[in-house]
Design a protein around this ligand. Structure first.
Ligand code: G3H
Ligand code: 13P
Ligand code: ZN
Length: 311
């Protein structure tokens, strides 16, 4: 099936009370693990590429890998730029075949964020590409930029309507307490999301798709495998799955997951190389990593996102 935009996906997800998983991809095994899981579960899926991933693998390799995944399956797949920081990277991805881009103007003032997002929307829409914007600031690490918890800020519900109206953006990423990376809460701190802010935003933006970044759950089983095979991951804490299930039933139509994939992949590689010290063929240790990614994504689709059978 050809790549699709997020438009139809989000409309169906909003009406159906489920969310689409947006998974970060960096190499072939990750693309295969995710899309094989989505195909098996008959779920639509978003594959997203960060600036760092583009630098690591090159745009053309990721583009061709995702095109191969689309040709090898018959489910809706969108290819999305994650955290585009300026107009130029968004334009480059639009011109290079992506079906969706994020312009992350959250570090700018409200007015500058509007101006930048509007400019990207105008270009993207002229090419039939959908755009995600962001209001509010998540804590955590993304592309080596570390936003400290005290510098993070929740989305202000009073700003969302004006932002969407003035920019024409197709979906909005909000900050309600999720954060990037595998260390989302301090040890002893109770994980908490501001569902009251989400409810206020939903009231102000009826029938409008909301996006949650930083939504890995840091599943215990992979953390334990990594620790068992000499990985240091003390104090890794994610968003509890019941909170994400609740969000998926609301106006949240896209849930971003990257750290969980990293943990699943790394658990497989560490396990294989530790159990079989003589292995030196990458196909041996990457196979287990890819199997873990497939298992993880199936679990998310079935138990968190609710998108199984919606393709
Ligand atoms: O939100 C950020 C994603 O986890 C991508 O991370 O920029 O290190 O590829 P990255
Ligand atoms: P996690 O670090 O929680 O997986 O978040 C990923 C993300 O938001 C990508 O944009
Ligand atoms: Zn993010």
């Amino acid at each position: 099936m050809a790549l699709v935009t997020t438009k139809e996906m989000f409309k169906k997800a909003y009406d159906g009370g489920y969310a689409i998983g947006a998974f970060n991809v960096n190499n072939m095994e990750i693309v295969q693990g995710i899309t094989e899981a989505a195909q098996e579960m008959r779920s639509p899926v978003i594959l997203q590429v960060s600036a760092g991933a583009r630098k690591y693998a090159k745009h053309i390799y990721l583009m061709k890998l995702v095109e191969a995944a689309a040709a090898d399956t018959d489910i809706p797949i969108a290819l999305h730029l994650d955290h585009g920081e300026d107009y130029e990277i968004c334009k480059s991805c639009i011109d290079g075949g992506f079906t969706s881009v994020m312009i992350d103007g959250s570090k700018h003032s409200f007015e500058d964020n509007i101006a930048l997002t509007k400019r990207v929307v105008e270009y993207a829409h002229s090419k039939g590409v959908t755009v995600e914007g962001e209001l509010g600031k998540l804590a955590g690490i993304e592309d080596n930029i570390n936003v400290k918890a005290e510098d993070a800020s929740y989305t202000n519900p009073d700003e969302v309507e004006e932002f969407v109206r003035k920019t024409g953006v197709d979906s909005l990423a909000i900050a309600i307490g999720t954060s990037h990376g595998a260390f989302k809460f301090k040890p002893g701190q109770k994980p908490m999301l501001r569902f009251d802010i989400l409810a206020e935003i939903e009231k102000r933006l009826p029938n409008y798709p909301i996006v949650l970044h930083g939504s890995s759950s840091v599943n215990k089983e992979y953390v334990e495998i990594i620790q068992k095979y000499n990985g240091a991951l003390d104090d890794a804490i994610g968003i509890p799955e019941e909170m994400l299930r609740r969000a998926a039933k609301s106006a949240v139509c896209k849930i971003n997951i990257d750290s969980d994939l990293r943990l699943a992949m790394t658990a497989g590689i560490r396990q294989d190389l530790t159990v079989n010290p003589s292995h030196f063929d990458p196909r041996q240790y990457l196979r287990l990593g890819r199997d873990n990614v497939r298992t993880l994504v199936k679990h998310k689709i079935e138990n968190v996102l609710g998108s199984a059978g919606k393709a």
